[in-house]
Design a protein around this ligand. Structure first.
Ligand code: GRF
Length: 210
């Protein structure tokens, strides 16, 4: 399956997915990296691994004329034959045109147990600070299908980590991120092997490999 990955920062999830593809555990091929930050770690990794990089959206400050429109972005994804779009630390809202062009084919990973601790404004360290402030005893990554809002699409997979009494946001973030890497590679492997079944009530389930 052809994959497009969207990042805004370090791209550690993107790297793990790419390694999974190269190593054969994921029957996928990352054909395009999309980012709103041309100089971010994820984009650097893509360039050093021969993966085309597309900037979307263009930074406001640059002349708006040369930015890709949402329709143009959809066209590029279609040209690359993209089957699935994977958001991994991408901080911009996905244009509705893209959501509509790729129904049930856009995934996102959020570093908390949605529907709790999600939504616009809750990203990065803010998520872990909110989890710690709440006294929650567990946290963990959620992988969900993307719809028109932040963090509200159908949940596909989650895994849990313990919140330890004196955790700093950074310690919790690291524990969750480690779990994200494992979960995302497993989920993308399932997606590429078409092991997702949609339950009557609309809940997507991952079929085991057997
Ligand atoms: C992490 O907080 C992760 O939970 C979320 O975005 C942040 C950066 O991830 N997906 P990455 O290292 O850029 O994959």
């Amino acid at each position: 399956k052809k994959l497009a990955v969207f990042v805004s920062g370090g791209g550690s999830n993107f790297k793990k997915i790419h390694e999974g593809c190269s190593g054969g555990s994921v029957k996928g091929d990352v054909v395009l990296l999309v980012t709103n930050k041309n100089d971010c770690g994820g984009a650097e990794y893509a360039r050093s691994n021969g993966i085309p990089v597309l900037v979307f959206p263009k930074p406001q400050r640059e002349s708006s004329s040369d930015g890709l429109s949402p329709e143009e972005l959809v066209d590029v994804l279609r040209k690359y034959g993209v089957d699935f779009v994977l958001l991994a630390g991408y901080l911009k809202l996905i244009p509705v045109e893209l959501v509509q062009a790729f129904p049930k084919r856009i995934l996102n990973i959020h570093p908390a147990l949605l529907p709790a601790f999600g939504g616009k404004g809750l990203y990065g360290m803010r998520v872990h600070k909110a989890v710690l402030a709440s006294g929650a005893r567990y946290s963990g990554p959620t992988i969900h299908f993307v719809d028109e809002e932040y963090d509200t699409g159908r949940i596909l997979a989650q895994s849990v980590v313990q919140v330890i009494a004196n955790d700093t946001p950074d310690e919790l973030a690291k524990r969750v991120l480690h779990e994200e890497h494992k979960l995302y590679v497993e989920v993308v492997a399932a997606i590429c092997e078409e092991r997702i079944k949609w339950r009557e009530d609309g809940v997507p389930l991952i079929q085991s490999k057997d």
